[in-house]
Write a protein that binds this ligand. Structure first.
Ligand SMILES: Nc1ncnc2c1ncn2[C@@H]1O[C@H](COP(=O)(O)OP(=O)(O)OP(=O)(O)O)[C@@H](O)[C@H]1O
Ligand SMILES: [Mg+2]
Length: 379
C-alpha cells in the first residue's frame, strides 16, 4: 500500500527513502545495537493489560502507518499552564530507525512535548500514538514501548552503576537472568562495563548521563526519548552519547531527541523539527530546511561596543532578513552576503561597534532558525 500521510507533517520522499534504507541495513557484526533491533518483547508482567489495550486500540490511520512502521505519531498536541501555551498544535511522526530532533531554545516546549509523548503529562488536546496504541497516563502497554531518559539525571548516587540499573530494571518487571543480561548489554552499549561496580557518586557528569541513557534501554523500547542528553557533559562523553544514539538508530530504534545545540541536531538526526514558543515552525531533513534559504548567506561577526544598536541598524539594511546577538557574536542572515558587507561595516562605524572579525558562511540550521524566528537559538 502506498504511503499516504494523514496529518500536517511533510513526509518527503527523500527522508522516507533514507529511513527505509537505514532500517534495512543490518548492524555491523558484534554491534550491541543488534540487541535492540527487534520489536520489544512485551512479556514482562503487563501481559494482561497489554492484551486488553491492544484489543481496544483504535487507530484510524494504523493501516496506512503500518506500511512505513510509524512508531510515534503526535497529532495536534496542545498544553497550557495557566495562561501560557507551552505547546501549541504540534504534530509530527517518527518511523522505525529514524532519529527525529526537536530543536529549540530554552522554554520552547521541548520537555512539555516529551512529557506528553511519554504519558507523564495530560494533553489539553491532541493525541499521541505509540504504534497503534494510544498513550495516556494509564496506558501501560504503550509506556512499555517507550524508554524515557529525562533531562534531569535520575540515579541513586550511593548505589553502583549495576545496582542502579538492576533497580530500574525491576521497575520494568525484569528479573533473574534476563535482568542480569540486559544490565550487561546496556552497560556495554554506553561504554561503562568496566565501571559497573563503582558507585555513581564517583562518576563524572558525562558518565552519569550515559548511565541515565542505559536505564532507558533496559526493556528494549521501540521508541527512545532523550531530553537534552548532552547538557553539561565533557566532549568525550558527548561524543560517546552521540555515537550510541547513532548506533541505536541504525539498529532500528526510533529516537526522539531534544536539543538546543544545532551541531547535535545536524550530526545525529535524520529529520529535525524546529520548535519555537510552543509551535513547530518547520520540519524536514537538514537539506530540506537549509534549501528554504537558497539565496541566503550567514554573516558572522565578532565585535565589541554598542552591539544592540549595531544589530538594530543591521536589521534596517535592505537584504538583511534576520539579525541576532549572542554575547559578542552577531549573526546576520543576508541575501547575497558578500554584496552587503560594506553596508554592514558602515552600520558598525555609525553605531560605534568595533568589528574584530567577519565571516560569510553557508546557511545551516542555525540560519534556518534565525530565518524562521528572527532570533538565534541561544539568544
Ligand atoms: N509545570 C509547569 N508549570 C508551569 N509552567 C510550565 C511547567 N512546565 C513548563 N512550563 C512552561 O512551559 C514552557 C515550555 O517549557 P519546557 O520545559 O517545555 O521548555 P523546553 O523547551 O524544554 O526548555 P529547556 O531547553 O529550558 O529545557 C516554559 O514557558 C515553561 O516555563
Ligand atoms: Mg527542557
Amino acid at each position: 500500500m502506498p504511503f499516504c500521510p494523514t496529518g500536517p507533517w511533510r513526509p518527503a520522499p527523500v527522508w522516507l527513502a533514507r529511513v527505509v534504507g537505514r532500517s534495512d541495513r543490518p548492524p555491523p557484526p558484534g554491534d550491541p545495537s543488534a540487541l535492540f533491533a527487534r520489536v520489544p518483547d512485551p512479556s514482562f508482567g503487563w501481559r494482561a493489560a497489554i492484551a486488553a489495550e491492544q484489543r481496544d486500540a483504535v487507530s484510524p490511520a494504523s493501516e496506512v502507518d503500518n506500511a512505513v512502521d510509524v512508531v510515534l505519531r503526535c497529532e495536534h498536541l496542545t498544553r497550557r499552564f495557566d495562561d501560557r501555551v507551552a505547546v501549541d498544535d504540534v504534530s509530527f511522526q517518527i518511523v522505525a530507525g529514524e532519529t527525529y530532533g526537536l530543536l529549540g531554545p530554552n522554554g520552547a516546549g521541548k520537555t512539555t512535548t516529551i512529557r506528553m509523548v511519554c504519558g507523564l503529562l495530560r494533553c489539553d488536546s491532541g493525541h499521541v500514538h505509540i504504534g497503534e496504541l494510544e498513550m495516556n497516563s494509564r496506558a501501560l502497554a504503550a509506556k512499555a514501548r517507550v524508554g524515557y531518559v529525562p533531562q534531569d539525571i535520575a540515579l541513586y548516587p550511593d548505589l553502583t552503576a549495576r545496582e542502579n540499573l538492576e533497580f530500574i530494571g525491576r521497575l520494568y518487571r525484569l528479573s533473574g537472568r534476563t535482568l542480569r543480561e540486559r544490565v550487561d548489554e546496556v552497560l556495554t552499549l554506553v561504554d561503562l562495563a568496566e565501571r559497573r561496580d563503582d558507585r555513581v557518586e564517583a562518576f563524572s557528569g558525562g558518565m552519569k548521563r550515559r548511565l541515565n541513557i542505559a536505564g532507558g534501554l533496559l526493556h528494549h523500547p521501540a521508541l527512545l526519548v532523550l531530553d537534552e542528553p548532552t547538557v553539561g557533559v565533557d566532549p568525550q562523553s558527548r561524543h560517546a552519547i552521540l555515537e550510541s544514539v547513532r548506533t541505536l538508530g541504525m539498529g532500528g530504534m526510533a529516537i526522539l531527541y531534544t536539543t538546543h545545540y544545532m551541531e547535535e541536531a545536524d550530526r545525529v538526526c535524520d529529520r529535525v523539527g524546529i520548535i519555537d514558543r510552543g509551535r513547530l515552525v518547520a520540519e524536514g531533513t537538514r537539506r530540506d530546511l537549509v534549501s528554504m534559504l537558497e539565496e541566503h548567506d550567514r554573516i558572522e561577526l565578532s565585535a565589541s561596543g554598542n552591539l544592540a544598536a549595531f544589530v538594530e541598524a543591521c536589521r534596517r539594511i535592505d537584504g538583511i532578513d534576520g539579525a541576532s546577538l549572542t554575547d559578542e557574536h552577531v549573526q546576520l542572515l543576508a541575501r547575497e552576503g558578500r554584496r552587503l558587507l560594506p553596508a554592514v561595516l558602515e552600520a558598525a562605524e555609525h553605531t560605534g561597534a568595533a568589528v574584530q572579525s567577519v565571516e560569510v558562511v553557508e546557511p545551516d540550521l542555525e540560519a534556518v532558525f534565525l530565518h524562521l524566528t528572527g532570533t538565534a537559538l541561544r539568544e
